[in-house]
Design a protein around this ligand. Structure first.
Ligand code: BES
Ligand code: ZN
Length: 578
């Protein structure tokens, strides 16, 4: 099965997708095809033979918490296609259904999918494993007046689209986790010749302004790492319950509206998702244990893009914040935890558990160490060749190590000797040889933070601070500061009212830890509007540290939970259960 044709009707009243998928069969599917499913109501399983379609012999395994239900279908000689007719569950973890009040416009419902890591099986019965690639075509039938988009090439015909019928195809082979769709009241604005943004009409102008550097970003990566191979690069800015910052769906990055800070200060996220068009979507981690090959490479590319567009000072600040998050993560996991190796060992755990900062930031540090050891020119040539040589293929950690030794390490044995690959990939923590990012502005911010903690002196020169400096400054302040201190900071800098979600999240954590009451109301409001796990999780973690905080958390969660995506609510359920 390397190609499927999907035909689904979107039913907002019942919160289901209903229709069929037809898989084109191959020799390797005989005598039995295996597909992943989760929570589907399967109405029929049929195969096409030269004489026509007929019911297939099949069996559905019992539910496995992590894997869902595996479908086995007998495939006789001569069968060409396999058709499954089905309906999704309203609770499908790969979909989020939103009521109109959960959207920016407030008038129309919305639904979108989130496949990574193994959620797409809850809306498409498919071989849902990154080791295999597929192409597809899709028809989405939606209520007239709404727009369907997919992370694929638009083939819709206008007359049909007016009736709510949208057609897409994905000609490049991709892993199943990259199949994605969204339906809602969506409008489009071009950003450049091959870039543009989709979002609800009332957000379009803001989104287009924030993302106006997107075309330049694509050009920058192309200059460094080779041609963009996916045709268009568009971004869809989703409603605020989207559980992630961003998702690198091909041709169409899915993004949280919390990047719309008004000053482009959070567009590193777009650089990141765009970079996945090379690392991840072109060369894909073969298993979820190899996740760092997707994310570590992508963070490295992301910072190179940021450097090209906004200068070294900015990319260094971003690297320093990344390092500080990594150090926090290592502290939580324990510095010796197996989850701090680059090559993971998930065992029977859910692959989403691999989403710590380790594959991202430790992976970044290793690639940066290579860049610094071999020189940027040589390392760029190596990376570009790596993407070309493995385009539209998968990669394992072991095969990457072989390729690296052969193609880069042999070129400069002295440089290679400085990199203890085993320690990085099959060892815990951060090796001593890790590069250090450098920022004078951050050093001054650290001094300001120390002075503020010691004497209450407010930081000076802040009118020239960028949002990253604020984030760094706040991250340097200890939990449980004196309430008066926070009040003074807030009075001078209006932190409780900031429109920058990253600054707000750091500030609210601090405020909650110091029992600073304005922080509670603001957190209450924020947690009811935003479902991005990166923000929601630390705020709940901070709240449950005290008895009154826990009560507050439970009260907030009782009304906020129904608005969260399952990725977020699964995490918060665990925090409140402990
Ligand atoms: N591919 C990830 C999102 C993901 C990871 C989904 C694991 C499911 C499981 C995406 O590229 C990502 O890393 N997003 C980050 C933002 C990025 C700027 C670090 C996020 O959502 O926070
Ligand atoms: Zn990523």
């Amino acid at each position: 099965m390397h190609h499927f044709d999907l035909d689904l009707t979107v039913d907002f009243d019942h919160r289901t997708l209903q229709g069929s998928v037809e898989h084109h069969l191959e020799e390797s599917d005989r005598p039995e095809a295996i597909l992943h499913t989760r929570d589907l109501r399967i109405d029929s399983v049929e195969i096409e033979e030269p004489r026509g379609w007929r019911a297939a012999t099949h069996r559905l395994d019992a539910t496995d918490d992590v894997q869902g239900e595996i479908l086995h279908v007998e495939i006789p000689e001569g069968a060409t296609r396999l058709r499954i007719t089905y309906r999704t569950s309203p609770q499908a973890p790969g979909l989020q259904w939103l009521e109109p009040p959960q959207t920016a416009g407030g008038t129309f419902p919305f639904v979108y999918s989130q496949g990574q890591s193994i959620h797409n099986r809850s809306w498409i019965p498919c071989f849902d494993d990154p080791a295999r690639r597929i192409t597809f075509s899709a028809v989405l039938r939606v209520p007239a007046g709404l727009r369907a988009v997919m992370a694929a090439e638009d083939q819709s015909v206008e007359a049909e689209a007016r009736q709510g019928v949208y057609r897409y195809r994905m000609p490049q082979p991709i892993p199943s986790y990259l199949v994605a769709m969204a339906v809602g009241d969506l409008a489009f604005e071009p950003l450049g010749p091959r870039t543009g943004v989709w979002t609800e009409p009332c957000m379009l102008a803001r989104a287009a302004a924030e993302l106006s550097d997107t075309e330049k970003m694509v050009e920058a990566v192309e200059r460094m790492f080779g041609e963009y191979r996916w045709g268009r690069y568009d971004v869809i800015v989703l409603p605020p319950s989207f559980p992630l910052g961003g998702m690198e769906n091909p041709r169409l990055t899915f993004a949280t509206p919390t990047i719309l800070a008004g000053d482009k200060s959070l567009v590193a996220l777009i650089a990141h998702e765009l970079a996945h068009s090379w690392s991840g979507n072109l060369v894909t981690n073969e298993t979820w244990n190899d996740f760092w090959l997707n994310e570590g490479f992508t963070v490295y590319l992301e910072r190179r893009i940021q450097e090209e567009l906004y200068g070294r000072a900015r990319s260094e600040m971003e690297a320093m914040i990344g390092r500080s998050r990594l150090e926090d993560t290592l502290e939580e996991l324990g510095p010796e935890s197996r989850d701090t190796w680059l090559e993971l060992d998930l065992g029977d755990r859910h692959p989403d558990d691999s989403m710590t900062d380790v594959p991202y930031e430790k992976g970044y540090l290793l690639l940066r160490l290579m860049e610094e050891s071999f020189g940027r020119e040589r390392f760029d040539r190596f990376l570009r060749a790596y993407f070309d040589a493995h385009a539209f293929e998968t990669m394992t950690t072991a095969r990457f190590i072989d390729y690296l030794r052969k193609e880069l390490f042999t070129q400069d044995p002295a440089a290679a000797a400085r990199i203890d690959l085993e320690a990085w990939i099959h060892g815990p923590g951060i090796p001593d040889t890790a590069p250090r990012a450098q920022s004078d502005a951050f050093e001054r911010g650290e001094e300001a933070a120390e002075a503020f903690v010691a004497t209450g002196a407010l930081p000076e020169g802040t009118s020239k601070w960028n949002p990253l400096q604020w984030i760094h400054f706040l991250r340097r302040l200890p939990r449980g500061l004196d309430r008066d201190r926070l009040e003074a900071l807030d009075a001078s800098f209006s932190l409780t009212d900031t429109g920058n979600a990253e600054i707000l999240c750091e500030w609210l954590r601090l405020g909650i830890s110091s029992d600073y009451s304005p922080a509670y109301d603001r957190a209450d409001d924020f947690l009811h509007r935003v479902g991005r796990r990166k923000f929601v999780q630390p705020l709940f973690e901070e709240l449950v540290k005290t008895d009154t905080g826990r009560e507050r958390a439970e009260r907030i969660y009782s009304t906020a939970r129904p608005t969260y995506h399952s990725m977020t609510s699964n995490t918060i359920d665990q925090i409140l259960a402990n």
